[in-house]
Design a protein around this ligand. Structure first.
Ligand SMILES: Nc1nc2c(c(=O)[nH]1)N[C@H]1C(S)=C(S)[C@@H](COP(=O)(O)OP(=O)(O)OC[C@H]3O[C@@H](n4cnc5c(=O)[nH]c(N)nc54)[C@H](O)[C@@H]3O)O[C@H]1N2
Ligand SMILES: Nc1nc2c(c(=O)[nH]1)N[C@H]1C(S)=C(S)[C@@H](COP(=O)(O)OP(=O)(O)OC[C@H]3O[C@@H](n4cnc5c(=O)[nH]c(N)nc54)[C@H](O)[C@@H]3O)O[C@H]1N2
Ligand SMILES: [Mo]
Length: 773
């Protein structure tokens, strides 16, 4: 593999998901890591007891069986982290920050692991080495200089371990702020908000075992073939045993259609494959709420029919009676919503909606899964509450084989929230911290991602610290966000690999290189394990396997402890002592976070332990003490009023998504195998009829402009038009290249999640116009 892209190509992919295509791709990344044999040994320890948790996605595994649990994209994540290439002092001496800014995101991360702490020197425009102690002292100095602790922002990306996250929130709260913008704000925030109000807990209710018991699995707005490949196996098994797998996705994603099992020799030999769905519906972007309402409206119709004819009911009346609140208002809303609106907004016709409703009704146990296609819209909270309403009608919650399953992204994003990375923390958490640690915990709400950017833009926040991630690229409105970071007095990045956030520097800037999931973490008491929580609320330990590249890298907990000690001294805990042995951190977690009693002991169980979900046991921590039917009107538009006031009409609605060769802002390669794209990323998928309607030709390069009413021009340039099987009126392009198009003020109602899946755009011919063959 080389950094030189091959000639850009675009040709539909005919193979199945996983299988041979995946095997070839894994081999390439393996060899490129420069230590293939060591990494193979490490890989065999992925998601095994005594091994490490895959740094890829948050999909869980069966705690029982002993099969090898990794997938193509997990292998990429491991090999990407476990490279021997290094970004050290010599590297930074060679390149100025301005020179590095000219490089692509792909090039930057490809350079290797960050190996020593560095401080930006504005005079030379180079990063220069700094000692760990001097770095910690510099951060403390900046934090002490602020008028208020709320002038600092503390970002978290979802790879941080429970131990790191717990220490981080303890430090920041002891310092005096709840400013915890985190990747979850851009991801499953809407799921947390919606489910919290509906069922009293903002997490999914199912476990891994439920998938084997479901009669139907609905998969909404999710592309598991790329983003959660280990999910394909339970889907394939479900189809094989006659369960329904019903997909809602405007794109016919290959990973939802056919699957070749890499561990079934026969299937690989004959190049066979198994189907992954039994029905596929292609809604409008943001049309799922209307579609779900349509399904519920059919159920209500059949329920009345059954009542009239004395047949067995469609609704689960005992469940509704005993466990829910608000059914009458919801049924009235179903009656009041007319079919024309449902059809028009969902872009599905009555026959399709009836088919979906029948599949739903005929299943005794239904799991509904969803991801970013549902959560990154303006009305995502309402959509997830509509999904919950549907599940409540037939008691599909808190029984085996049924429930709600927001499929999480980062491998420990759920755990980070559990540990208190929350800008609007529940009072119970704050009370527990105050009681245990004896300091006055800040009670004022903090900033989420959008609010943090606004605060930095207006100069209200001046220090930015990131525990992982790539804030500059992952967030919306890139031009303004970059300016927000550059206005800070100090930016600090605790990271494994070089990315654009390190080049978007405040007046002072630090890079603090940390160990990753695969690295051995040695402290005074020996090698340490950390813990994570998966999408099914399983808590388990992760042990690094590989020798760190440099002795000057430190673990995340030890970096946080260093910053805390320099800023607060030994208050409210002896930070350094905690780092000697992480079981001491876990003891503090056990004493303050519900569900973690005897944490250290319970961790010894193979596969870890399950964090109880009250809703799964039909206990409802809501004000009504029941599961709530929540009534929301269908949105009158997926766009904000600001788009309508922009003075122009959108030509297309753009969704921004992931290619097969990326992990969020980390670009592993320039191919998107299942969508047939090779050697390029600056592409926009548009329906052939739309390309003609707008007066372009497939292969032509266009500039993309988004609409908003604030007078700011938001534009990205030089995207190749690909004629694609996508519903008319829609477009798709990769993130993060398209983040300059997302207005900061365009976010979900009640979730503040940037509307990355519904951006109003117009196209214009690019100035440098070339055709590809
Ligand atoms: N290899 C790999 N694994 C990953 C990641 C990665 O980047 N690479 N990222 C991780 C993270 S942080 C996350 S959050 C997850 C993301 O996992 P996904 O949510 O699967 O990621 P996206 O690529 O954003 O895909 C969104 C899907 O929703 C569909 N969609 C878009 N809008 C709509 C809509 O309005 N309705 C419906 N029904 N469908 C819609 C799109 O066509 C696409 O198939 O994956 C995690 N795992
Ligand atoms: N337009 C658009 N924007 C989006 C999305 C979208 O679909 N469309 N998706 C959103 C979603 S779902 C998410 S979750 C966010 C992701 O936002 P982030 O989590 O901020 O971004 P990542 O790209 O995952 O971060 C990659 C960087 O993390 C660092 N890193 C990797 N491993 C480790 C580790 O173990 N420790 C530490 N300290 N650092 C590490 C590396 O330096 C790497 O460069 O982006 C969001 N932004
Ligand atoms: Mo995510």
């Amino acid at each position: 593999m080389s950094l030189q892209p091959e000639k850009p190509r675009f040709r539909p992919y005919t193979g199945a998901a996983a299988g041979w295509g995946a095997l070839r791709s894994v081999t390439r990344f393996w060899l490129d890591s420069k230590q293939p044999l060591k990494n193979l040994r490490a890989l065999l320890k992925t998601n095994q007891n005594g091994g490490f948790d895959c740094p890829g996605c948050a999909w869980g595994d069966s705690p029982q069986d002993g099969t090898v649990k990794f997938c193509e994209n997990g292998a990429k994540a491991v090999n990407w982290e476990a490279t021997t290439r290094r970004v050290d002092a010599a590297f930074f001496a060679r390149y100025s920050v301005s020179q590095l800014r000219e490089q692509s995101d792909y090039w930057l991360e490809y350079q290797g692991r960050l190996t020593e702490p560095m401080r930006y020197d504005p005079a030379s425009d180079h990063y220069q080495p700094i000692s760990w102690n001097a770095a910690f002292a510099l951060i403390a100095e900046h934090l002490h200089a602020l008028d208020s602790p709320d002038q600092a922002e503390f970002y978290t990306s979802g790879r941080a371990s429970n131990e790191a996250a717990f220490l981080y929130q303890l430090f920041v709260r002891a310092y005096g702020s709840n400013n915890f913008p985190d990747c979850s704000n851009m991801c499953h925030e809407a799921s947390g908000v919606a489910l919290g109000q509906s069922i009293g807990v903002g997490k999914g209710s199912v476990t891994f075992e439920d998938f084997a018991l479901a009669d139907a699995i609905f998969v909404l707005g999710q592309n598991p073939g790329t983003n959660h490949p280990r999910m394909l196996e339970p889907l394939r098994e479900a189809v094989a045993r006659g369960a329904q797998v019903v997909c809602f996705n405007p794109l016919k994603e290959r990973g939802l259609e056919r699957f070749q099992h890499p561990q079934h020799p026969m299937e690989m030999l004959i190049n066979g494959s198994a189907p992954l769905n039994t029905a596929f519906f292609r809604p409008a972007l943001g049309g799922d709420m209307a579609a779900i309402r349509g399904i519920a409206k059919f159920l209500l119709f059949w329920e009345r029919e059954a009542q009239a004819q004395g047949e067995s009911p469609v609704f689960d009346h005992a469940f509704i009676e005993q466990h829910t609140h608000g059914i009458d208002a919801y049924l009235a809303t179903l009656d009041a919503t007319n079919w024309e609106d449902i059809e028009q907004q969902s872009d599905l016709d009555l026959a399709e909606l009836e088919q979906a409703a029948r599949l739903y009704r005929n299943a005794e146990r239904v799991i509904v899964c969803w991801a970013m296609g549902i959560t990154q819209h303006r009305h995502s909270v309402a959509t997830i509450q509509e999904i919950t309403n549907l599940q409540l009608l037939r008691g599909n919650l808190g029984k085996p084989g049924a429930g709600l399953c927001p499929v999480r992204g980062h491998s420990n994003v759920q755990g980070d929230r559990t540990m208190g990375i929350n800008e609007r923390p529940p009072a119970a958490l704050l009370d527990a911290l105050q009681e245990r640690f004896g300091f006055a915990v800040p009670r004022q709400p903090g900033h989420n991602v959008v609010e943090a950017i606004e605060a930095m833009l207006t100069g209200r926040s001046k220090v930015f610290v990131a525990l992982g991630g790539n804030f500059a690229q992952a967030t919306p409105d890139s031009t303004r966000t970059h300016r927000a970071l550059e206005q800070c007095s100090l930016t600090v990045q605790i990271s494994t690999k070089l990315n654009r956030s390190h080049l978007t520097v405040g007046h002072d800037a630090l890079i603090l290189p940390c160990l990753g999931r695969t690295d051995i973490d040695r402290q005074a008491s020996g090698p340490q394990a950390i813990t994570v929580e998966d999408s099914f609320s399983m808590i388990h330990a992760s042990h690094g396997q590989l020798e760190p590249l440099s002795p000057r890298m430190r673990s995340e907990p030890s970096i946080i402890a260093g910053i805390a000690q320099a800023t607060l001294g030994r208050q409210p805990v002896d930070w350094a002592a905690l780092i000697e042995d992480y079981s001491r951190i876990r003891q503090l977690i056990a004493e303050t976070i519900p569900g973690f009693d005897d944490f250290n002991e319970r961790l010894q169980a193979p596969g870890g332990f399950h964090l109880d979900n009250p809703a799964a046991a039909r206990c409802w921590n809501t004000a009504s003490e029941r599961a709530n039917f929540i009534v929301n009107p269908l949105p009158d538009s997926v766009f904000d009023q600001a788009v309508r006031n922009s003075g122009e009409l959108p030509e297309l609605i753009l969704q921004t998504l992931r290619s097969h060769d990326q992990y969020n802002t980390t670009i592993y390669g320039l191919d998107d195998r299942y969508r047939g794209v090779r050697g390029q990323r600056r592409v926009i998928f548009v329906n052939a009829a739309d390309i003609r309607r707008l007066g372009f030709e497939a292969g032509q390069k266009v500039d993309i402009r988004s609409l908003w009413n604030d007078g700011i021009e938001r534009k990205v340039e030089g995207f190749t038009l690909l004629a694609f099987d996508i519903p008319p009126g829609q477009a798709a392009a990769y993130y993060p290249e398209t983040n300059p198009l997302v207005p900061l003020a365009s976010h979900g109602l009640g979730s503040y999640t940037p509307t990355s899946k519904s951006i109003a755009i117009r196209l214009q011919a690019a100035r440098t116009d070339t055709l590809i063959r």
